[in-house]
Design a protein around this ligand. Structure first.
Ligand code: MG
Ligand code: FE
Length: 169
């Protein structure tokens, strides 16, 4: 195996760890924002997409003869748990969560953009296809979060002003 191909494989594994982390983060967020049903529903939808993205990456790894093992996901999962819990006492967790989610999607977009370039460079069509499918969903989620952020912000502020104790959720 060439050095370049080894890097692409490593990045696929990194992407899989990233999706495992995303699942933990999204599940934690959806659970804690029940007063923002539209946002919660979109997060749930993306959580389901994220599970498929992780599977898609495993399929891509298998398609190039890499096993499903040797995935070092545990660290990422623990980190995401810490992040999901971290916002819980800030008082504006719906806002903190929205910002963190948007930043996370941008990281995913950058990761898949690089992976697509690497896979194209190495002529790995299956990997290109899998990463393009994932990228499309990340872009859609990032766009949704960006376009709904002003409304979420206004809803949060109005609730806070009204003394609604549920504002932060
Ligand atoms: Mg993802
Ligand atoms: Fe995502």
């Amino acid at each position: 195996m060439t050095e370049a191909r080894e890097w692409m494989v490593q990045w696929l594994r990194d992407a899989h760890a990233m999706e495992e982390q995303a699942q933990t983060m999204l599940a934690g967020q959806a659970e804690r924002i029940d007063n923002y049903p539209e946002l919660a529903a979109r997060i749930r939808q993306h959580e389901a997409e994220t599970k498929e993205q992780a599977e898609r990456l495993l399929g891509a790894l298998e398609s190039i003869g890499e096993s499903r093992s040797m995935l070092k996901d545990t660290g990422g999962k623990l980190m995401a748990t810490a992040q999901a819990v971290g916002g819980a006492f800030a008082g504006d967790e719906v806002m903190k969560g929205s910002l963190a989610s948007y930043a996370f999607e941008q990281m995913e977009i950058a990761s898949y953009t690089a992976l697509i370039a690497a896979a194209e460079h190495l002529g790995e069509a299956e990997v290109v296809r899998a990463c393009q499918a994932n990228l499309k969903e990340e872009v859609a989620m990032a766009d949704w979060l960006a376009s709904h952020l002003p409304a979420t912000t206004r809803a949060f502020l109005d609730r806070a002003n009204a003394g609604d104790p549920a504002a932060k959720r």
